[in-house]
Design a protein around this ligand. Structure first.
Ligand SMILES: Cc1cc2nc3c(=O)[nH]c(=O)nc-3n(C[C@H](O)[C@H](O)[C@H](O)COP(=O)(O)OP(=O)(O)OC[C@H]3O[C@@H](n4cnc5c(N)ncnc54)[C@H](O)[C@@H]3O)c2cc1C
Ligand code: FES
Length: 299
């Protein structure tokens, strides 16, 4: 991983509810304001936020912590796009529980209680040769800035996209604009075969040499990509998504085991060498929160 996370300055910010709150935050000169919130496909939405300080520094692979209101929880979202000149950042989120449901109700002009970033380390981007970027679900959006940066560095970029059906896919043209090839797999065969990213990657490995694989999506998909590349020794990077609370290395909630060492995904990652991740521990820790999460969603 290339860059070190910088020290967090303390910022105070007034929200539209009139509260002034203080948080460890990259300094935002004004409140983070929603520019757009719109559905992309069923269950996945785009959120575009005016946040010039975040937009000025954000790099592929980094994330933000967002909170809709003073009583809400902070949740991490990976950046999907940004414009430094216009000062906005966008994310794609899936409605899975209380906070993402609240995000799905935001309107243009709403002010967010918290929008903190860039957090985490920037993904290492070099000219490696041929690189596979694999995305599923919200990870399809997350690989877009990564593929763009890899292409700018002169790599041959092969983007792999998976979904249950074609109507759940989005940003394919965007990915095509920054990739040499985009391959698609859907469970119902509405586009491509059923091999998902793991199957498509295996086909690519049979026909050409690949120097690096980067995967973003659900934990199981990233695990499968790790298993597909492990016997071939292809360096594989995955973006881990354990539960996070503060996102700044203070609470320990996001700890993961990588290469036998405890790491905090929020400050040491979220990107790690897929072949060193303890996947059993990661999957079991994610399941530990299922009860309270279901209870919160039902409320
Ligand atoms: C670094 C990182 C980047 C992420 N990027 C995105 C993204 O770009 N788009 C997207 O849709 N989702 C992303 N996620 C997952 C997203 O943060 C969770 O879906 C969100 O926190 C769920 O909150 P909730 O209150 O809506 O649902 P909950 O009811 O709290 O939980 C529903 C599901 O989300 C997971 N989850 C809950 N809280 C957290 C948390 N604080 N951190 C991580 N996972 C959690 C749970 O394991 C559960 O599977 C990312 C997670 C991490 C760690
Ligand atoms: S989220 Fe608290 S240490 Fe990472």
């Amino acid at each position: 991983m290339s860059s070190e996370p910088t020290k967090l300055p303390i910022a105070a910010k007034e929200t539209k509810s009139g509260h002034v709150h203080t948080c460890h935050s990259r300094f935002e000169p004004g409140p983070a304001v929603v520019l757009e919130r719109s559905p992309l496909v069923p269950n996945l939405q785009l959120l575009k936020v005016q946040a010039p300080a975040v937009a000025a520094k954000i790099q592929p692979g980094q994330f933000i912590m967002i909170r809709t209101d003073e009583d809400g929880e902070r949740i991490p979202l990976t950046v999907a796009d940004w414009n430094r000149d216009e000062g906005w950042v966008s994310c794609v989120f899936m409605e899975v529980g209380t906070t993402t449901y609240k995000l799905g109700k935001l309107e243009a002009g709403d002010e967010l209680a918290t929008f903190v970033g860039p957090l985490g380390k920037a993904l290492e981007i070099e000219n490696w040769g041929t690189v596979i970027c694999a995305g599923g679900c919200y990870g399809i959006a997350c690989i877009y800035p990564i593929a763009r940066a890899l292409k700018e560095k002169g790599n041959r970029v092969i983007s792999l996209v998976e979904g249950r059906s074609s109507f759940l896919l989005y940003w394919i043209e965007r990915l095509e604009s920054v990739s040499d090839q985009v391959l698609i797999s859907t469970k119902d065969r509405s586009i491509g075969g059923t091999g998902y990213c793991q199957g498509m990657a295996t086909e690519v490995f049979e026909r050409e040499s690949v120097q690096r694989v980067i995967a973003e999506g659900c934990t199981f998909m990233m695990y499968q990509m790790a298993e597909a590349t492990r016997p071939l020794g292809i360096h594989t990077v995955v973006s881990l998504n354990p539960v996070m609370i503060d996102g700044t290395g203070m609470c320990g909630a996001c700890r993961v085991l990588v290469g036998g060492e405890t790491k905090f995904a929020c400050v040491d990652g979220p990107d790690f060498d897929a072949h060193k991740v303890d996947w059993d521990l990661l999957l079991s820790r994610r399941q530990a929160y299922l009860g309270p999460e279901t209870e919160s969603s039902e409320k």
